[in-house]
Write a protein that binds this ligand. Structure first.
Ligand code: B3K
Ligand code: ZN
Length: 852
């Protein structure tokens, strides 16, 4: 498969002014007629893209085009000598009923319970009709949908213009939608279904009355209130924080159970994975429900950052995604403790993005070439992209950042632009912001090393920091990047902050001097994780324990516990630290913190996941050893605080369900305490778990208890698993939890996984179900990296390779860590991957295997 390069970008030769689409859905196929009004912009061929389409007819300016007039090859239809003004009329036939790739127009569900939805980003529109399917071609769309009345819900982007019966038929109807905004084809959407709707309204700061509609199956319509409220919160948040109001009279969200990712921001018609929009206390954990709100906000925020200002080409994906993730993270930080929000975002970044940046699939936030753009919806583009925007925002400060984003919207509204355009708008108050461009170009996680020298005679403290980024093959030698390091100095005697500064490390090595420092302080660095780097500072374990006690920055209290754990488990040069200081410091902190901020307390007790620990191991990674050490430390922690658990658990009783930050914090801590108590063999703890399950007021409590029973193989675990299945067998999303709690159990074996994959409720056509088992395996490296584990995993990839290559390739990315394994696992994994390479054919999967 051929590579596409950023440097080869060329403007399209033709613009599209209007598109009229007519989609007629029949029992086993659909007919799509389109009329495109096009105007020449520059010399060159008229190029349309099309995949999996049967071309029935094509006319240009009223005349039928014979096949000599165009070339149709490898997904491209090229007309060499088109006039300057062109009206193209195209008729194609497609088959949504057999479209398992879930791109373009496809059928979800089965039997009597089916619906039809689209997913066009990035290049799905070309599976609906021939079109210049690229993000820099913006047009006004009018869409007519026609289908059997069995599907009463007919939706497309924009405003409903007309609807009615199809004359001459008894059972068919149609609807016509018009979207007045210019948009790229990847934002097109339509839905043909039988859905209920929850309706609400919102009046924007500009006085526009917006109708809000959330569509779901009738059985799920009672789980739409959380999402609806989140939508209204997001609309008002964007007005207050970015001055952006909604621009159409209608905003629709549709829930679909078969979807490759979380959700999609189609103009005025978002399509959501049911897992990312449905929420109710009885069926949804707090963590899930919180992420529902943030995904609703994310898709809503795209209306400005993505839809009104879009990407010139797919290399610029981070332009919309990095900025929008930054915006949804900021929104979420306003809905809970901002320290906990930051902890969760950073833990995800470290576990997944750092691993990606350290492995063979490392790429810049703005890639320079790709074979299949779907492979670049990565944590690097999204989460590292968001970190760059955050560094820029923190460097500018709130007032100048807002001036910059205002300028961005003013200059580029309605256009398809680049990362350079973004930086140029953001730098109106500070030209140094343009230097952040290297963060977009250079792959690899910078490592910042440092130490301090205190001179008591002159009362100066000098902090010396250096940076180094690994040289990723195929890229230029790394340059020093601008790295903002938020720093505070703490007086040892009092624990007070004596100085606070943002250090900007933008050379390879720099010394930063603090004057009038009367005694040697403890330095806290990278507060709130001010840059996405690995930090190796010359700390004593005691300094870290000191900071756990005295830091006022909640994020950094967590960060020092993570540093201590890393020193205990991973230190490779010199001695490993003894756990005593860590255990003692936590024992001191926990009782008070549990009462003050239960959610933060729960996070401090976290020992990084096996995956996160693995991401810091560059070679000779031994999953068994890491698992044993991690469990050993967890056990020590549980035992060190053994006398506290009963008291803490008692202080956190089950209460009537409330969706407040405080109540969520108590529920999170209760689940952690329960697990600790069972680990430490506290008398009666197994019964606490049963009682918590039986008396649960919500899913967080019930699932938390079930998880403890399953992970610790408590006597009644199987009965409770059976009960859980019984209770929730009609709810697919809960049954996904039932699969995942088993597949990710600490004690799971390859045979258990195989049994789940052939369970009667396992369904290869539902990505949520596949991920609930296969995604869970990835969280157990001791199972994944065995001959049997890899057989299962690569078997899954083979099975999905042609049916759903986007999903297959995504699941495959986890295996990129093979080359860090210790022998003999490394060799074994390598052979399995070489073998896999011979048995797959999608360009998605092949590209992900290129580095093997
Ligand atoms: N923009 C979509 C992602 C589309 C992924 C296609 N493989 C969702 C989002 O980031 O909001
Ligand atoms: Zn997005």
């Amino acid at each position: 498969p051929s590579k596409i390069n950023l440097k080869d970008y060329q403007k399209p030769s033709f613009a599209v002014e209007t598109v009229d689409l007519d989609i007629k859905l029949y029992e086993d196929h659909a007919q799509v007629a389109s009329t495109l009004q096009m105007v020449r912009q520059s010399a060159g061929d008229l190029v349309l893209f099309g995949e999996d389409l049967a071309l029935l007819a094509i006319t240009m300016n009223g005349e039928s085009l014979s096949s000599e007039r165009y070339q149709h090859r490898a997904g491209k239809l090229t007309i060499a000598d088109a006039p300057d003004d062109v009206t193209l009329e195209i008729q194609v036939r497609i088959c949504p009923q057999t479209n398992t790739a879930l791109e373009g127009l496809y059928m979800a569900g089965s039997g009597d319970d089916t619906m039809f939805v689209t997913q066009c980003e990035p290049e799905g529109f070309r599976k609906i009709t021939f079109y210049p399917d690229r993000p820099d071609v913006l047009a006004v769309f009018t869409t007519r949908l026609e289908a059997d009345k069995r599907y009463p819900t007919l939706l497309a982007n924009g405003n409903l213009v007309e609807a009615g019966d199809v004359s001459g038929t008894a059972d068919r109807h149609y609807a016509i939608w018009h979207d007045p905004t210019n948009k790229p084809s990847y934002l097109f959407a339509c839905v043909i279904a039988d859905l209920d709707v929850l309706t609400d309204s919102y009046t924007t700061s500009e006085g526009r009355e917006v109708t809000l509609e959330l569509y779901a199956k009738s059985a799920d319509i009672d789980k739409c209130d959380v999402g609806m409220q989140a939508l209204k919160d997001a609309m008002s948040w964007d007005e207050v924080n970015y001055g952006r109001a909604y621009d159409l009279d209608r905003y629709m969200i549709v829930a679909v159970s078969q979807f490759n990712m979380g959700a999609m921001e189609n103009k005025g018609l978002n399509i959501f994975n049911t897992a990312c929009v449905l929420s109710s206390p009885e069926t949804t954990t707090d963590a899930r429900s919180f992420s529902v709100k943030s995904i609703i906000a994310h898709e809503y925020f795209h209306n400005w950052t993505g839809n009104r200002i879009t990407c010139r080409d797919w290399f610029q994906l981070c332009l919309k995604e990095g900025l929008t993730v930054y915006r949804d993270q900021s929104f979420s930080a306003d809905q809970q403790s901002s320290a906990v929000q930051r902890i969760d975002d950073v833990a995800t970044l470290r576990a997944h993005q750092f691993a990606e940046d350290a492995g063979p699939l490392a790429h810049p936030v703005r890639p320079e070439s790709f074979v299949e753009i779907n492979n670049f919806y990565t944590t690097t583009v999204y989460e590292k992209g968001a970190e760059i925007v955050r560094m820029i925002a923190n460097t500018l400060g709130p007032v100048n950042f807002r001036k910059g984003t205002d300028e961005y919207f003013r200059r580029y509204d309605g256009q398809a632009v680049t990362v350079e355009d973004f930086l140029s708008a953001l730098s109106i108050t500070d030209s140094k912001i343009e230097d952040f461009i290297d963060w977009y170009r250079q792959p690899g996680t910078p490592v910042v090393t440092g130490h301090q020298d205190y001179d008591s005679d002159t009362q100066t403290l000098t902090i010396t920091l250096s940076q180094k980024t690994r040289h990723v093959a195929g890229f230029d030698a790394p340059k020093p990047l601008p790295i903002p390091v938020a720093t505070a100095l703490f007086e040892r005697n009092t624990g007070n902050i004596v100085a606070e500064r943002m250090l900007l490390l933008d050379q390879q090595t720099q010394a930063f001097v603090f004057e009038n420092v009367t005694s040697e302080p403890v330095v806290s660095l990278l507060r709130d994780f001010s840059a996405p780097v690995q930090l190796n500072y010359d700390y004593q374990d005691e300094d870290l324990a000191f900071l756990l006690e005295h830091e006022t920055n909640g994020f950094n209290r967590w960060q020092v516990t993570q540093m201590l754990v890393n020193r205990i488990l991973l230190q490779n040069k010199g001695e490993k630290s003894s756990p005593d200081i860590y255990l003692h410091a936590l024992a001191q902190t926990l009782p008070t913190l549990a009462a003050e901020d239960a959610m933060l307390a729960a996070r401090l007790l976290d020992i990084p996941s096996a995956q996160e620990l693995a991401s810091a191991i560059p070679q000779d990674y031994d999953p068994e050893a890491i698992k044993a050490q991690r469990e050993g430390l967890y056990q020590q922690l549980a035992l060190a605080l053994k006398d506290e658990w009963a008291e803490l658990y008692k202080q956190l009783p089950i209460q009537a369900y409330q969706d407040s930050a405080d109540a969520r914090g108590r529920r999170a801590l209760r689940n952690v305490v329960l697990d600790m108590a069972v680990t430490a063999n506290v008398a009666g703890a197994a019964e606490w778990a049963q009682r918590q399950y039986d008396n649960a007021s919500c899913m967080t409590e019930r699932f938390g208890a079930l998880k403890v029973m399953v992970n610790h193989q408590l006597a009644k675990a199987d009965d409770y698993l059976a009960d859980f299945y019984e209770r929730f067998q009609d709810n697919d999303l809960v049954i996904d939890l039932w699969f995942s709690v088993q597949a990710s159990a600490d004690t799971v074996t390859p045979d258990d996984i195989t049994a789940l994959l052939i369970h009667k409720d396992f369904d290869w056509n539902t990505p949520n179900r596949v991920r609930s088992v296969v995604g869970a395996v990835a969280s157990q490296p001791t199972v994944l990296w065995t001959a049997d584990g890899l057989d299962i995993y690569t078997g899954v990839i083979k099975k999905l390779d042609t049916a759903n290559p986007v999903l297959a390739s995504r699941l495959l990315q986890v295996l990129a860590r093979w080359n860090t394994l210790a022998e003999p696992r490394r060799q074994m994994a390598h052979e399995q991957l070489l073998d896999l390479q011979k048995q797959v054919s999608s360009k998605h999967v092949l590209e992900s295997l290129e580095s093997v």
